[in-house]
Design a protein around this ligand. Sequence first.
Ligand SMILES: Cc1ncc(COP(=O)(O)O)c(C=O)c1O
Length: 396
Amino acid sequence: MTKNPVYHPDTIAVRGGLQRSEFDEASEALYVTSGYVYSSAEEAESSFNGEKDRFVYSRYSNPTVRMLENRLSQLEGAEACRMTSSGMAAVFATMASLLKAGDRVVASRALFGACYTILTEIMPKWGITTELIDGTDMSAWKSALSQPAQMVFVETPSNPLLELVDLEAVSTLAHQAGALMVVDNVFATPLGQRPLALGTDVVIYSATKHMDGHGRVLAGAILGSSDIVDDAIFKFLSRTGPSLSPFNAWVVLKSLESMPYRVDRMVTSAHHIGQYLETHCPDIKVYYPYLESHPQYDLAKRQMKHGGTVVAFALPGGKEASFTFLNHLKLIDISNNLGDAKSLICHPYTTTHSSLNADQKHELGISEGHIRLSVGLEHPDDLIGDLMAAYARLSA
Ligand SMILES: Cc1ncc(COP(=O)(O)O)c(C=O)c1O
């Protein structure tokens, strides 16, 4: 028997999970249906008692959503994938389904604002506690994981300052402590980092970002072994209902076809822009994992296949300088989304992380001078021209 060929990510992004109907359509079909019909009462019974594997209701599963789940599983090298209505629904469902009262989570404190709120405000209401640590500090991980824990949650690179967590080393410590290792891989994308191959148990995405990549729909994905994803997580999702709409799944499915090319171009431009700013604006501190100035450059090179599509930088002059800079951009849009074909820029202190108080932001290292730039598909010279014209206004 011949084994299935192993395809490159570019090929999987175009063809993975494709399931044609009896009409032999070339493009993936969009199944806009909430329910399904049965040829007999007996068939309905056997579909519900598990004897027959078929679609029964789109809160559970839908053919278009299933194609997307299969494409992403193949891209990630994961046994199973379940889609959700947004990235945050994926984060919350993973925690709510795998944790219980009395459990302990250890997380790197450099987190997206909404993840931080779930861990510090929502989970404690149900008796789940979180120890937040400096995720870049291996001794902090060793100390926190010297006691039992049930989950380790990290984002690497982190939003917005692109701090990294050593996934292989922390996964090992997590497992020794009895914890599942969960990684939000949004900033790296499945093309830039393979957390499962480094020992991670569950990988989460906001598919709203590079996977849609055109700023249209919200979507989330949870990937890992079938034991975890198709059991506890699927049970939680199918009963509580944060399902992805078939239309949104179809949009993401079609966008995935070009994701490798989009991400490749965005990464090249982001790296170039980071280097340019570092060279031409000595008073700006630039953060980009693939720049030698990044404190975890060696880890970035070891763990990531590229430096990502986001560049962060700190302007001297705090909020006033940041707002002057943003307000003088003519091409790059002010927006808190990322991973889009359009370059987007934001001031994390007053937007994505505004729900945190000043002390919490200080602890995360987010200052009023920090800017996050999500590099899009425009020509990098045009982006640099826009950035430098706004920068010139700071000394005008
Ligand atoms: C790192 C990270 N995780 C999760 C999310 C949440 O994704 P969504 O907006 O799709 O809920 C975001 C959104 O910005 C993010 O940046």
